[in-house]
Design a protein around this ligand. Structure first.
Ligand code: MG
Length: 266
């Protein structure tokens, strides 16, 4: 990664750069332009490192990446293919025990993704085969089935006493340490790469992106087909977040192109 860029694009994947079929094709041209301009594209996602390594290979990305909702950060050492790793979170094992305890306290069985059968995971995520194995390769967060809204609110309250927090994604919720979220991870990456003046252009679509959008210099909300996520509407209404004018990769691409074009005018 060339560490001279004044801007980083930090982007969520599911629902933001990818649609529900995991397609990013409307953004390919823009990704190529960013690569030509040496502007890093840093995935920042609830996905696992295994999933993001695969995604980067498929799409020719080589910049650092933030996984499991900000619980861990990876990147390649310069001039060789080995990886460095920064950990912000609690271990999967520790979080599994906490999830069981929270289930008891809210009197509702919270079901971890990793306990589902391959068929159930396919129904929920559309993933199959090796993609499921990559998605289950968790180390620093526990995804679980979205509980009903009222239960989710209780879970949030109970979390405080365990020093953990929960985020609700489109397909599932995630339990992770209080020390890790997407915003904290970007800050840690800036320090690690000694580029604290870099400006962050962030793109996200869900509640788990709030800490990233709040941390960013230029925060952009990508809507779904039925408009923006309810947790992000407040920030849009206040004028803190920009709303892209199309869903997923198409909105992503248009928003990023607008910003790149404004650089050219400078
Ligand atoms: Mg998302």
């Amino acid at each position: 990664m060339k560490n001279i860029s004044r801007y980083w694009i930090v982007t969520d994947l599911d629902g933001t750069l990818m649609d529900e079929k995991y397609d990013i094709s409307p953004a390919k041209k823009t990704l190529n332009k960013l690569s030509e301009m040496d502007i890093p594209v840093i995935p920042c996602t609830s996905k696992t490192a295994s999933e993001v390594r695969y995604f980067r290979n498929e799409n020719g990305l080589s910049d650092p990446f933030i996984v499991e909702n900000g619980a861990a950060i990876y990147g390649n050492h310069e001039n060789n293919s080995s990886e460095w790793e920064l950990i912000l979170g609690k271990s999967y094992k520790e979080l599994r025990i906490i999830l069981t305890n929270i289930s008891k306290e809210v009197n509702y069985q919270l079901i971890p993704l990793n306990d589902l059968s391959q068929n159930q995971i396919y129904e929920l995520t559309g993933l199959s085969g090796q993609s499921i194995n990559r998605a289950l390769d968790r180390h620093w967060s526990v995804p679980f089935l979205n509980p009903p809204d009222d239960i989710f609110e209780n879970v949030k309250l109970v979390c405080k006493s365990y020093n953990v927090h929960v985020f609700k994604g489109n397909r599932m919720s995630h339990l992770l340490s209080n020390e890790s979220h997407k915003g904290q991870a970007v800050n840690k990456l800036k320090i690690h790469l000694q580029n604290q003046d870099v400006k962050i252009i962030a793109l996200g679509d869900s509640q788990n992106d709030l800490p990233l959008l709040e941390y960013a210099d230029i925060p952009i909300v990508i809507p779904g087909k039925n408009g923006p996520n309810k947790y992000l509407i407040n920030g849009i209404d206040k004028g803190s977040f920009k709303l892209a004018n199309a869903p997923h990769a198409e909105g992503w691409s248009k928003s990023v192109e607008d910003i790149i074009n404004s650089f050219k005018d400078l």
